[in-house]
Structure formats: C-alpha cells, structure tokens
Design a binder for this molecule. Structure first.
Ligand SMILES: Nc1ncnc2c1ncn2[C@@H]1O[C@H](COP(=O)(O)OP(=O)(O)OP(=O)(O)O)[C@@H](O)[C@H]1O
Length: 610
C-alpha cells in the first residue's frame, strides 16, 4: 500500500462558503450533528461485522462500540469507533467528494425555501458535514481495517481547504474530533450531550458509550420476532418508551419486508372520553436511529393517538414534508398500518368479545375516528364497531339492526335509531322511549355527532334521532294516529291559551294526541336544527345555523287529564297558573329550568301546597 503523503487540497464545490450557509440553515436543529456522526460510527462498525461474516475480515472483531467523549477544557467532542476506518484514498473519495456533494446538494435544493426550513431539518441526513454546524475545525483520525493500512489525519477548518497527513493510531477505527466553535459552546456540556444521545441514540444497534456508560439498548424488541416475546416484554418496552405512561390496552407488532421494509410496535393507550393532550407520541426510526416523533404523514391521522415505534429505512428522510405526502412508499405504509390495525381489532373482537367490549370505551374513539376518515378501514370496522345502549349492552351494527328492526321501523321503511347524548339531562325522554319498548343508544362521546352522520351515509335506510328531538310518535312515525279526546276547536283554543301565557316567539306551540302516560307538555328541538347548531359550535366558526336563534317546540298532550283541566278552567288566573306550572315541569324535566325561573317555580309550588 502506498505511503500517505502530506497533502493539501481544495474541496471541489461551487459554493464558496458552504459552512456559514449550513449554519444559518440548520440553526434550530444543530443538535443533529451528533446523531449523524454517531450513526456514521455505528455504520462503520456494522460494516466491519458484515465483512467478517462474509469472510473478508479475518482479524479480531473485539467488542464493537462507539464512544462519545467530551473534553471541556480542550473544547472538543470526539466520536470514536472501532469500525472499518478509512484509508487516505477513501477519505478523499468519501469525505472530500461524496460527503461534500451531499452537503452541496442539500444547499442547492433548499437554498431558497426558507419557509420550509423546519420541515427539512431533521428529515435530511446531512451526514458528516453537519459537524460544521457546531465545530470551527474538524479532525478525522482514522486507520482502515485493511492489513498494513496507515493511519491518516484529515483536518479542515470549515473553509473549503483540507489537509491530509500521515499520523499514528494504534488500532483500526475512526475518531472524529470536533473543535467546538465559540457560538456552539452549549454543546460542551455533559447533560446536553446526554440529552441528545438519549433522544437519538437510545436504540442504536451498536453500543454507544458516553461518560463511561452505555446509553442505548441495542436490541429493542421491535427488531425481534413476535414469537420470541411475551406480554411482559411488550409492557416493559412500553414503560421503557414512556416511563410516565399508563399500561397500554394491547399492541400490534408490525413486520413487513415487501414491498417496503417496516417494523414496529403500536400500542393502544387508555384514553377514555377525553381527547387529552398526548405527550406520548409515536416515534419514527430509520434502522434504529431516531428520526422524529412528528409522524403526521407516515401514520394515518386517526392512528396518531396510538403510541409506540415505527422503524423503516424506506421512509425518505431527506425530503421535505410535501414530498413525503406524495411518496408512494409512504402511501403504502399508511395503507399497511391501517390494514394491520383493522385486522388486529377484528382478531381481538373474534377471539374475545367480552374483553373487546370492556376495552371499547377506550378504543371506540380510534375506531370511530378511523371510520370517519378512511373508507378501507370502514370496510373492516363495520363488522366490529359497537353500539352501546343506555343499559350498557353492546351490539354490532348488524346485531342492532336485527334487534330494533321490528319495533323501530317507520312508515317509510326507515330504521330509526334513537340515541341520547346526555343520559341525565334527557332521562325523561329516555324513560318515555323505554316505556314503548324502544331502545336508546348512548352517544355521548365528542366524536359521536360526526359518527352518527357517517353512519347515516353508510348504512341504508337508517336515521338517527335524539330522544328529545320530537315526540315519540313523530320520531318513529308509524303512520298510526292516536285518537284525540279533544275536538279541533278545543285544540285550537288550547294552543291560543298556551301561546298567550308563554308569550315567547321562540316557542312553537302545537297540540298532539299522545298516550296519557306521557307528560302533559314536552319540549323538543328538531334533530336537524340541533345538529347544525352542534356542528357549528364544534367547528367554532360563524355560520348561518350557528347564528339562528334557538327555537323550541312545545308539544301539548291533548289526551292528558291535566290538559283537559286547563281547557275546562273558567278562571283565567287559575288557568294561567296551571299552564305555567306544566310548562315549567317540562323545562324541569330537561334541566332547562334555571335561575330566577326556577326560584319562582319552587316558591309557587310550595305556596300551592300549604
Ligand atoms: N466513522 C466513520 N468510519 C468510516 N467511514 C466513515 C465514517 N464516517 C463517515 N464515513 C464515510 O464517509 C461517507 C460519507 O459520510 P456522510 O455521513 O456524509 O454520508 P452517508 O453516511 O453516506 O449518508 P448520510 O447523509 O445518510 O449520513 C460515508 O458513507 C462513509 O463511507
């Protein structure tokens, strides 16, 4: 092998001052220099391992590892490995030419896209030259694994000139010595470096030592075969990922190698009803190197609430987000994850229905969100998504149809599914529905308003009605009219009396013949109008429906004995008092009687009893 001659040279690039630009560009994310250099060191040791397994390296492998060391006085950070090392020629090729062209490519591509900055950073493996984000000078001291190789030192001060000289190094491997620039001295801190390593190096496949401790778990369970793992292993790993997290409900081990490579574990956390701020996020790795926990485009939106890790070398990390969305691998990964999650849920449902029901309060939110956002997911989920009624009984969509079909089909052959969004407030209505043998579904999750809309579109001849949207005869209109004990004229008179006493334009009074066990007066808000108002409240935007005044229907039960009394009462004051009382009772039964009206009602009632 030729002896190394001291050599000075010019790094061939077109941009004169590449480093100030790199610095400016990556300002917010300087810390990734360590990820890049440690990854390179890991690669170098793994390459040696591979050569040994091919029989191309006959020497002693020893304990392969990467060491990060800090010298606060000398103001250096050194990343050392005992991997393949480089010869002088390799340095010229890989560092002077290839690595540099990577850096220039980066600049060429992103020079003018300052607005996209935050998204490029962290997705772009800047490689070796990211060292110059924090260093004013970088030395490489390296010795190739090849027999008789000579050690070389490469030095570059951040200009486009480098120096290559022969040097001494006892064993094969590489030291990257960073002479930290004055504006980057924050990195000359043990805790800072520890923090960066904890974030990026946590699961690197080769031991990384810092401060005399190994910082990583080189064999995270996602790289193992599910057959070799117990439930306890999965739970332990969850705790390792999220030390503060509650125990997960269950998990999915992802493992695919065609048409793309992906491994990982997704955990279903307990979330109940609240869409609470999620501190724990899915982490994205590429060959065990942490990349980001902003997985927005890689994981389907509705699964963002899951926890865990995804590792794929096939996710392009060196492009901006808009490109990521269009990437066909990313799309396939999205589809794959959705399918796996649906299959897993289906499997759980079939294997242990009871267990599935017990978990449904937690996982229902994912499932419903998935149904709303992904038709392919719906195709599978329609078999296992559950409806829960006010008695706590769970049924699938098909089971429910079967169950209520006979009693809750209206005259237009539409199946009416009754529901409550607040079982306490709507208790009187729920009770009425039950008395007629109707079933009432509990739809009290934040997502249910949207879920109901989606089901109405997906299921044929099904409509949802909230129990307080109308009187039961109208909610499920079977075309059977109750006989009214009152004549037309009496009904008109009654309507006038109520309108006069209530004296409120926002109330629409009507008189209907209902069974005598219904309340004398019922207050309802039409389903359509309420939904529109709810939706516009949820979206927080001004809208036509949101701005409409609230109007209610006041339905007077013509057949109720008390109403007969109202009609027969000849004393105007006494009549007014009863009207007021039955109306307040209706308000009361719906939690709508509050404040001064409630106080007056209580006073009046007490006075009437003494
Ligand atoms: N510690 C090291 N030991 C041996 N070779 C190294 C080491 N660090 C870098 N190299 C060589 O230098 C080359 C360029 O490194 P650089 O990090 O710039 O790019 P890369 O690793 O190929 O790609 P990436 O942009 O993903 O990091 C590497 O491919 C490798 O051949």
């Amino acid at each position: 092998m030729e002896a190394v001659q001291t050599e000075k040279g010019q790094i061939s690039i077109h941009t004169e001052n590449i480093f100030p630009i790199i610095k400016k560009f990556l300002y917010s994310d300087h810390e990734i220099f360590l990820r890049e250099l440690v990854s390179n060191a890991v690669d170098a040791t793994q390459k040696l391992n591979q050569l040994a397994s091919f029989g191309e390296f006959g020497g002693e492998l020893g304990e392969l590892k990467v060491t990060v060391s800090l010298d606060e006085e000398a103001k250096t950070i050194t990343i050392s490995d005992n991997g393949i090392g480089m010869t002088a020629d390799e340095i010229k090729k890989y560092i002077n030419q290839i690595a540099f062209s990577g850096a220039t490519d980066f600049l060429e591509k992103y020079k003018d896209k300052t607005d996209d900055k935050g998204q490029i950073i962290g997705h772009f493996g800047l490689g070796f030259y990211s060292a110059f984000m924090v260093a004013e000078k970088v030395d490489i001291v390296t010795k190739s694994y090849r027999d008789g190789a000579e050690a070389v030192r490469w030095t570059c001060d951040g200009s486009t000139e480098f120096e290559l000289t022969p040097t001494e190094r006892a064993d094969r491997g590489t030291d990257i010595i960073l002479h930290i620039a004055p504006d980057s001295e924050e990195f000359l801190s043990k805790s800072r470096l520890q923090g960066i390593l904890d974030k990026y190096a946590r699961f690197l496949p080769v031991a990384v030592e810092f401060d005399e401790k190994v910082v990583n778990n080189t064999n995270p369970i996602w790289t193992k075969s599910p057959a070799d793992l117990t439930d306890e292993d999965y739970k332990n790993f969850y705790r390792e990922l999220y030390p503060m997290g509650e125990e997960p409900l269950f998990w999915i081990h992802l493992n695919v190698d065609y048409p793309f490579n992906l491994t990982g574990i997704l955990y279903f956390p307990r979330i109940k009803n609240e869409l609470r701020f999620q501190r724990e996020k899915i982490q994205l790795y590429s060959r065990q190197v942490f990349i980001t926990d902003e997985v927005k485009d890689v994981v389907p939106d509705f699964l963002m609430m899951l926890h865990g890790v995804i590792d794929s070398p096939d996710i392009p990390l060196n492009v901006s987000r808009s490109f990521l969305q269009a990437d066909s691998n990313v799309k396939k990964i999205n589809g794959y994850i959705t399918r796996k999650v649906a299959d897993k849920l289906n499997e759980l449902f079939n294997a242990d229905r009871k267990g599935f029901e017990e978990k449904f309060d937690d996982i229902g939110l994912f499932i419903k969100y998935g149904i709303l956002s992904d038709d392919k997911f719906w195709e599978k989920a329609k078999n296992f998504v559950l409806l829960k009624n006010t008695e706590g009984v769970f049924t699938t969509l098909d089971e429910y149809r079967e169950k209520v079909q006979a009693n809750q089909t209206d005259k237009s052959e539409t199946l009416i599914m009754l529901y409550t969004s607040d079982r306490k407030q709507q208790d009187a209505y729920i009770e009425s529905a039950r008395r007629r043998g109707y079933d009432v579904l509990l739809m009290d999750n934040v997502i249910d308003a949207h879920f109901i809309n989606a089901l109405e579109q997906k299921l044929e001849k099904v409509r949802f009605q909230r129990v307080d949207a109308d009187t039961l005869d109208k909610l499920i209109d079977k075309g059977l009219n109750n006989e009214s004990v009152l004549s037309e004229a009496d009904q008109t008179k009654l309507k006038e009396v109520f309108e006069q006493v209530l004296d409120n334009k926002m109330l629409h009074v009507s008189v209907e013949a209902q069974p005598t066990d219904e309340l004398p007066v019922t207050i309802t808000m039409p389903e359509f109008m309420r939904r529109m108002k709810d939706m516009s409240a949820l979206s927080g935007e001004q809208s036509f429906y949101g701005n409409l005044p609230v109007t209610y229907n006041v339905v007077v039960n013509a057949n109720h004995p008390l109403i007969g009394k109202v009609l027969a009462e000849s004393d105007a004051d006494a009549q007014k008092a009863v009207v007021k009382q039955v109306y307040d009772l209706a308000l009361l039964s719906q939690n709508m009687l509050t404040g001064a009206d409630l106080t007056a009602f209580v006073k009046r009632t007490v006075a009437g009893l003494v």
